[in-house]
Ligand binder design. Sequence first.
Ligand SMILES: *[C@@H]1O[C@H](CO)[C@@H](O)[C@H](O)[C@H]1NC(C)=O
Length: 258
Amino acid sequence: MAAAAAVVVAALTTLQQISPARGAFGIPEFLEFGECSPIKPHANINFERYSGIWFNIEMVPNEYVEITQCAMTNYTWEGDLMLVEDRGLSTEGVKMRQGSLMYPTEGEPGVLTVEAEGVPSAPYVVVATDYDHYSCVHSCLAMMGFRAAFSWVLSRHPTPDPAHVALCHNTLQEVGVDISSLVPVTQGKECPYTNKLDAVLAYSARVQAKAEEREAAMHKGKVASTPPAAQTVTDHRHHEVLTGAGGGWGSRDKKKTK
Ligand SMILES: *[C@@H]1O[C@H](CO)[C@@H](O)[C@H](O)[C@H]1NC(C)=O
Protein backbone atom coordinates (compact mmCIF):
# COMPACT_ATOMS: atom_id res chain seq x y z
CA MET A 1 0.00 0.00 0.00
CA ALA A 2 1.27 3.37 -0.94
CA ALA A 3 -0.20 4.68 2.27
CA ALA A 4 1.93 2.33 4.34
CA ALA A 5 5.09 3.41 2.59
CA ALA A 6 4.26 7.08 2.94
CA VAL A 7 3.56 6.68 6.61
CA VAL A 8 6.77 4.90 7.37
CA VAL A 9 8.79 7.37 5.36
CA ALA A 10 7.22 10.22 7.24
CA ALA A 11 7.82 8.41 10.52
CA LEU A 12 11.47 7.88 9.81
CA THR A 13 11.97 11.40 8.57
CA THR A 14 10.42 12.64 11.77
CA LEU A 15 12.61 10.33 13.83
CA GLN A 16 15.72 11.65 12.15
CA GLN A 17 14.69 15.16 13.03
CA ILE A 18 14.24 14.45 16.70
CA SER A 19 17.24 15.81 18.49
CA PRO A 20 18.02 14.63 22.01
CA ALA A 21 17.49 18.19 23.21
CA ARG A 22 13.89 18.07 22.10
CA GLY A 23 13.36 14.82 23.89
CA ALA A 24 10.15 13.00 23.14
CA PHE A 25 8.33 16.03 21.74
CA GLY A 26 7.40 15.69 18.14
CA ILE A 27 7.16 11.93 18.14
CA PRO A 28 4.06 11.11 16.15
CA GLU A 29 1.36 9.28 18.02
CA PHE A 30 1.72 6.10 16.02
CA LEU A 31 5.34 5.60 17.02
CA GLU A 32 5.88 3.48 20.08
CA PHE A 33 8.94 2.29 21.89
CA GLY A 34 9.80 -1.29 21.14
CA GLU A 35 10.58 -3.85 18.51
CA CYS A 36 8.30 -5.36 15.92
CA SER A 37 7.26 -8.85 16.88
CA PRO A 38 7.58 -11.30 14.02
CA ILE A 39 4.18 -12.03 12.47
CA LYS A 40 3.67 -15.05 10.25
CA PRO A 41 1.90 -14.56 6.93
CA HIS A 42 -1.07 -16.63 5.86
CA ALA A 43 0.29 -20.08 4.92
CA ASN A 44 1.00 -20.63 1.22
CA ILE A 45 -0.58 -17.37 0.25
CA ASN A 46 -1.61 -17.24 -3.39
CA PHE A 47 -1.10 -13.65 -4.50
CA GLU A 48 -2.94 -14.21 -7.75
CA ARG A 49 -6.08 -15.17 -5.84
CA TYR A 50 -5.45 -12.19 -3.61
CA SER A 51 -5.57 -9.87 -6.63
CA GLY A 52 -8.55 -7.69 -7.47
CA ILE A 53 -10.29 -5.03 -5.41
CA TRP A 54 -10.20 -4.81 -1.62
CA PHE A 55 -12.12 -2.19 0.35
CA ASN A 56 -10.45 -0.71 3.38
CA ILE A 57 -12.83 -1.30 6.29
CA GLU A 58 -10.60 -0.42 9.23
CA MET A 59 -7.19 1.12 9.52
CA VAL A 60 -4.83 2.80 11.97
CA PRO A 61 -5.29 6.49 11.24
CA ASN A 62 -2.49 8.96 11.12
CA GLU A 63 -1.87 12.31 9.55
CA TYR A 64 0.27 10.94 6.73
CA VAL A 65 -2.40 8.79 5.15
CA GLU A 66 -4.04 10.93 2.50
CA ILE A 67 -6.85 8.59 1.49
CA THR A 68 -9.06 8.46 4.56
CA GLN A 69 -12.53 7.72 3.16
CA CYS A 70 -13.97 5.32 0.60
CA ALA A 71 -10.53 3.71 0.36
CA MET A 72 -10.17 0.79 -1.99
CA THR A 73 -7.13 -0.89 -3.47
CA ASN A 74 -6.70 -2.68 -6.76
CA TYR A 75 -4.02 -5.38 -6.47
CA THR A 76 -2.65 -7.03 -9.58
CA TRP A 77 -0.19 -9.91 -9.21
CA GLU A 78 2.19 -10.05 -12.13
CA GLY A 79 3.95 -13.28 -11.22
CA ASP A 80 6.84 -11.66 -9.39
CA LEU A 81 5.46 -8.34 -8.18
CA MET A 82 2.18 -6.80 -7.10
CA LEU A 83 0.85 -3.64 -8.74
CA VAL A 84 -1.05 -1.58 -6.18
CA GLU A 85 -3.47 1.21 -6.90
CA ASP A 86 -5.17 2.98 -3.99
CA ARG A 87 -8.24 5.10 -4.63
CA GLY A 88 -10.52 7.06 -2.36
CA LEU A 89 -11.22 10.44 -0.85
CA SER A 90 -9.11 12.70 1.27
CA THR A 91 -10.52 14.01 4.53
CA GLU A 92 -11.64 17.09 2.57
CA GLY A 93 -13.52 14.87 0.11
CA VAL A 94 -11.07 15.22 -2.77
CA LYS A 95 -10.68 12.18 -5.04
CA MET A 96 -7.23 10.66 -4.70
CA ARG A 97 -5.29 8.02 -6.54
CA GLN A 98 -1.93 6.56 -5.54
CA GLY A 99 0.17 3.83 -7.06
CA SER A 100 2.91 1.64 -5.63
CA LEU A 101 4.58 -1.72 -6.09
CA MET A 102 5.11 -4.64 -3.72
CA TYR A 103 7.73 -7.35 -4.10
CA PRO A 104 8.30 -10.70 -2.41
CA THR A 105 10.60 -10.25 0.57
CA GLU A 106 13.87 -12.12 0.43
CA GLY A 107 14.07 -14.73 3.16
CA GLU A 108 10.46 -14.18 4.22
CA PRO A 109 8.17 -16.29 2.06
CA GLY A 110 4.64 -14.91 1.86
CA VAL A 111 5.65 -11.42 2.98
CA LEU A 112 5.58 -8.55 0.50
CA THR A 113 7.63 -5.39 0.70
CA VAL A 114 6.25 -2.03 -0.37
CA GLU A 115 9.01 -0.44 -2.39
CA ALA A 116 9.54 3.15 -3.32
CA GLU A 117 12.76 4.59 -4.58
CA GLY A 118 15.10 6.19 -2.08
CA VAL A 119 13.01 5.43 1.00
CA PRO A 120 12.92 2.60 3.54
CA SER A 121 10.68 -0.28 2.58
CA ALA A 122 7.66 -1.38 4.58
CA PRO A 123 6.45 -4.96 4.96
CA TYR A 124 2.96 -6.07 3.94
CA VAL A 125 1.92 -9.17 5.84
CA VAL A 126 -1.41 -10.80 5.08
CA VAL A 127 -2.02 -12.41 8.45
CA ALA A 128 -5.22 -14.15 7.36
CA THR A 129 -7.46 -14.15 4.30
CA ASP A 130 -10.08 -16.32 2.63
CA TYR A 131 -9.49 -14.44 -0.66
CA ASP A 132 -13.26 -14.08 -1.19
CA HIS A 133 -14.34 -11.94 1.78
CA TYR A 134 -11.75 -10.68 4.24
CA SER A 135 -8.08 -9.95 4.59
CA CYS A 136 -6.31 -9.01 7.82
CA VAL A 137 -3.09 -7.14 7.10
CA HIS A 138 -0.25 -6.00 9.32
CA SER A 139 2.84 -3.88 8.79
CA CYS A 140 5.50 -2.96 11.28
CA LEU A 141 8.73 -1.11 10.87
CA ALA A 142 11.28 -0.60 13.60
CA MET A 143 14.11 1.83 13.83
CA MET A 144 16.21 3.30 16.59
CA GLY A 145 14.18 1.67 19.31
CA PHE A 146 10.84 2.84 17.95
CA ARG A 147 8.27 0.99 15.99
CA ALA A 148 5.48 2.09 13.69
CA ALA A 149 2.83 -0.62 13.52
CA PHE A 150 -0.22 -0.59 11.27
CA SER A 151 -3.07 -2.94 10.60
CA TRP A 152 -5.87 -3.04 8.07
CA VAL A 153 -9.12 -4.93 7.86
CA LEU A 154 -9.92 -5.36 4.17
CA SER A 155 -13.05 -6.69 2.55
CA ARG A 156 -14.05 -7.62 -0.98
CA HIS A 157 -17.30 -5.76 -0.40
CA PRO A 158 -17.66 -2.22 1.00
CA THR A 159 -20.13 -3.48 3.60
CA PRO A 160 -18.55 -6.54 5.14
CA ASP A 161 -20.08 -9.25 7.25
CA PRO A 162 -19.36 -8.14 10.86
CA ALA A 163 -18.28 -11.72 11.57
CA HIS A 164 -15.38 -11.27 9.15
CA VAL A 165 -14.32 -8.02 10.80
CA ALA A 166 -14.45 -9.76 14.18
CA LEU A 167 -12.45 -12.62 12.75
CA CYS A 168 -9.70 -10.19 11.71
CA HIS A 169 -9.73 -8.58 15.15
CA ASN A 170 -9.39 -11.95 16.85
CA THR A 171 -6.74 -13.22 14.47
CA LEU A 172 -4.61 -10.10 14.79
CA GLN A 173 -4.94 -10.14 18.55
CA GLU A 174 -4.04 -13.81 18.74
CA VAL A 175 -0.72 -13.14 17.04
CA GLY A 176 0.00 -10.26 19.39
CA VAL A 177 -1.08 -7.23 17.35
CA ASP A 178 -2.60 -4.35 19.33
CA ILE A 179 -5.89 -3.62 17.58
CA SER A 180 -7.00 -0.80 19.88
CA SER A 181 -6.00 1.89 17.37
CA LEU A 182 -8.01 0.43 14.47
CA VAL A 183 -10.84 2.74 13.39
CA PRO A 184 -13.55 2.28 10.76
CA VAL A 185 -13.08 3.82 7.33
CA THR A 186 -16.19 5.45 5.83
CA GLN A 187 -17.52 3.20 3.06
CA GLY A 188 -20.84 2.79 1.34
CA LYS A 189 -23.50 4.68 -0.57
CA GLU A 190 -21.88 8.12 -0.33
CA CYS A 191 -18.66 6.87 -1.92
CA PRO A 192 -17.67 7.66 -5.53
CA TYR A 193 -17.53 3.97 -6.48
CA THR A 194 -21.18 3.41 -5.65
CA ASN A 195 -22.58 3.75 -9.16
CA LYS A 196 -19.83 1.47 -10.48
CA LEU A 197 -19.90 -1.02 -7.64
CA ASP A 198 -21.29 -3.88 -9.74
CA ALA A 199 -18.49 -3.48 -12.27
CA VAL A 200 -15.90 -3.28 -9.50
CA LEU A 201 -17.20 -6.44 -7.82
CA ALA A 202 -17.42 -8.19 -11.20
CA TYR A 203 -13.80 -7.28 -11.84
CA SER A 204 -12.69 -8.93 -8.58
CA ALA A 205 -14.79 -11.99 -9.36
CA ARG A 206 -13.19 -12.32 -12.80
CA VAL A 207 -9.66 -11.96 -11.48
CA GLN A 208 -10.32 -14.50 -8.76
CA ALA A 209 -12.01 -16.98 -11.06
CA LYS A 210 -9.01 -16.89 -13.36
CA ALA A 211 -6.65 -17.41 -10.43
CA GLU A 212 -8.69 -20.31 -9.10
CA GLU A 213 -8.73 -21.95 -12.50
CA ARG A 214 -5.00 -21.68 -12.71
CA GLU A 215 -4.59 -23.03 -9.21
CA ALA A 216 -6.82 -26.00 -9.97
CA ALA A 217 -4.96 -26.69 -13.20
CA MET A 218 -1.64 -26.49 -11.37
CA HIS A 219 -2.80 -29.09 -8.91
CA LYS A 220 -3.62 -31.36 -11.79
CA GLY A 221 -0.17 -30.68 -13.17
CA LYS A 222 -1.56 -29.46 -16.47
CA VAL A 223 0.22 -26.13 -16.61
CA ALA A 224 3.48 -24.87 -15.26
CA SER A 225 3.25 -22.84 -12.10
CA THR A 226 3.71 -19.09 -12.20
CA PRO A 227 7.38 -18.23 -12.27
CA PRO A 228 9.03 -18.32 -8.86
CA ALA A 229 9.03 -15.06 -7.00
CA ALA A 230 11.85 -12.76 -7.95
CA GLN A 231 14.52 -12.38 -5.32
CA THR A 232 15.79 -9.10 -6.66
CA VAL A 233 13.80 -5.96 -7.03
CA THR A 234 16.11 -4.05 -9.33
CA ASP A 235 14.55 -5.18 -12.63
CA HIS A 236 11.24 -3.62 -11.90
CA ARG A 237 12.25 -0.45 -10.15
CA HIS A 238 11.36 1.64 -13.13
CA HIS A 239 7.92 0.30 -13.80
CA GLU A 240 5.64 3.20 -14.42
CA VAL A 241 3.56 3.91 -11.37
CA LEU A 242 0.31 5.79 -11.32
CA THR A 243 0.35 8.67 -8.95
CA GLY A 244 -1.60 11.79 -8.41
CA ALA A 245 -4.87 13.11 -7.22
CA GLY A 246 -8.23 13.40 -8.81
CA GLY A 247 -10.39 11.66 -11.33
CA GLY A 248 -9.95 8.16 -12.54
CA TRP A 249 -12.74 6.35 -10.85
CA GLY A 250 -12.42 3.31 -13.00
CA SER A 251 -12.40 5.28 -16.22
CA ARG A 252 -10.81 2.14 -17.62
CA ASP A 253 -13.52 -0.06 -16.17
CA LYS A 254 -16.18 0.92 -18.67
CA LYS A 255 -14.51 -0.49 -21.72
CA LYS A 256 -13.57 -3.71 -20.02
CA THR A 257 -16.71 -5.28 -18.66
CA LYS A 258 -16.46 -8.79 -20.16
C1 LIG B 1 -7.04 -2.95 -11.69
O1 LIG B 1 -5.72 -2.80 -12.20
C2 LIG B 1 -5.51 -3.52 -13.41
C3 LIG B 1 -4.02 -3.40 -13.73
O2 LIG B 1 -3.63 -2.08 -13.81
C4 LIG B 1 -6.41 -2.96 -14.49
O3 LIG B 1 -6.23 -3.69 -15.67
C5 LIG B 1 -7.87 -3.07 -14.03
O4 LIG B 1 -8.72 -2.47 -14.97
C6 LIG B 1 -8.06 -2.40 -12.68
N1 LIG B 1 -9.43 -2.67 -12.22
C7 LIG B 1 -10.20 -1.75 -11.64
C8 LIG B 1 -11.59 -2.17 -11.29
O5 LIG B 1 -9.80 -0.63 -11.40
